[in-house]
Ligand binder design. Structure first.
Ligand SMILES: Cc1cc2nc3c(=O)[nH]c(=O)nc-3n(C[C@H](O)[C@H](O)[C@H](O)COP(=O)(O)OP(=O)(O)OC[C@H]3O[C@@H](n4cnc5c(N)ncnc54)[C@H](O)[C@@H]3O)c2cc1C
Length: 315
């Protein structure tokens, strides 16, 4: 079965355009369907693309109840699901509910034509909608070290699988779970692996400050102080996080604040509406970052969006 252009642009404007088909966008689509809205999800990659780009076979940190779209629907073989089990769950959720998703279509611009009327310009079509929900995640821009050599073909900013690096020298740079997991996975599969990590990241035990999970900490470290180390490498993974692309939001006039590490749009904590009426934000690039919140928030706010549309219609 093809999941492609399920919705073509008609003259009739949509109630809601949802940008991004990650857990947040999928949850929003289901809620919009329940509310009887004319909605469309536009996704530049595939359904749950961020999860598709996790390392192969990766086990999630979260338990099924924090990841599933319906209670009891995600039944992994072990306590926590793998990337593949989770992806399959999200894809079947889309198929079973026949959600309106145009995959492989990028939103390039959103313009406000007048209050409650937006023009969404994509790589394929233009759409009009009364409300826009940004569920764009925070993976658009992988962070760079900005050092010489980072543009070499052997340097990667995403780790998907270790099997090309058996008996090779692999250097992983980063202080979070992704870097530690990649280093473990590479070394388990026969790559001679070095993890380069700041001492303070290694010693950090505070989960709220981004400490790596205790079960991925099982590494032997070689530390050198104040010395320049030359580490042989055939491949380098720079896994130091990524940032959302807020260009479209800012162009629409949405205000943002810059936190310790990232820039976040400002929004009403109850409704998740931004300072531009009719423009909402959910998911990984808000303060509700994890999958559980990315699913829960749209369930709460899409009915409010539907209410505001109905109120507008009866004016
Ligand atoms: C390796 C790894 C492991 C993780 N493990 C866990 C875990 O165990 N538990 C947990 O809770 N969280 C985990 N996370 C975080 C989790 O993936 C995010 O919280 C989750 O994906 C957020 O969902 P989202 O829908 O907000 O964003 P995303 O899933 O990132 O979805 C955003 C979507 O928007 C699309 N998009 C962006 N811009 C546009 C555009 N202009 N036009 C059209 N489409 C666009 C993207 O292609 C993407 O598909 C992990 C993250 C990584 C990288």
């Amino acid at each position: 079965m093809e999941i492609g252009l399920l919705w073509s642009p008609m003259n009739e404007p949509l109630d809601l355009v949802i940008i991004g088909a990650g857990p947040a966008g999928l949850s929003a689509a289901y809620a919009a369907r329940q509310e009887g809205l004319r909605y469309l999800v536009i996704e530049k990659g595939t359904i749950a693309d961020t999860i598709r780009l996790y390392p192969v076979g990766r086990t999630l940190f979260s338990t099924p109840n924090e990841l599933e779209m319906y209670e009891g629907a995600l039944r992994p073989c072990r306590e926590k699901p793998t990337r593949e089990e989770l992806l399959s769950h999200y894809i079947h959720f889309v198929l079973d509910n026949d959600l309106n998703i145009n995959a492989g279509e990028s939103v390039l611009d959103v313009q406000q034509l007048e209050p409650e009327r937006f023009l969404v310009h994509t790589s394929k079509h233009d759409y009009e909608a009364s409300r826009i929900l940004f569920a764009i995640g925070a993976m658009a821009h992988p962070r760079y070290l900005n050092i010489p050599g980072e543009d070499l073909p052997k340097v990667h900013h995403l780790f998907v699988e270790p099997y090309a690096y058996i008996r090779k020298d692999a250097l992983v740079v980063g202080g979070g779970n992704s870097a530690a997991e990649a280093a473990l996975f590479l070394s388990e599969e026969g790559a001679r692996t070095t993890l380069a990590i700041w001492r303070e990241d290694w010693e950090n035990r505070d989960p709220k400050a981004g400490a790596m999970k205790h079960w991925v900490r099982s590494l032997t470290l070689t530390t050198e102080e104040g010395e320049t180390l030359t580490i042989t490498n055939d491949v380098v993974f720079v896994l130091i996080g990524s940032d959302a692309d807020l260009t479209l939001l800012k162009k629409l006039g949405v205000t943002t604040e810059t936190g310790k590490l990232t820039e976040i749009p400002l929004y009403d904590p109850e409704t998740f509406e931004t300072n531009v009426p009719g423009v909402y934000v959910v998911g990984h690039f808000t303060h509700a970052r994890h999958i559980k919140a990315a699913i829960d928030v749209p369930r709460r706010i899409v009915p409010l969006i539907a209410q505001s549309l109905r109120a507008g219609a009866t004016k």
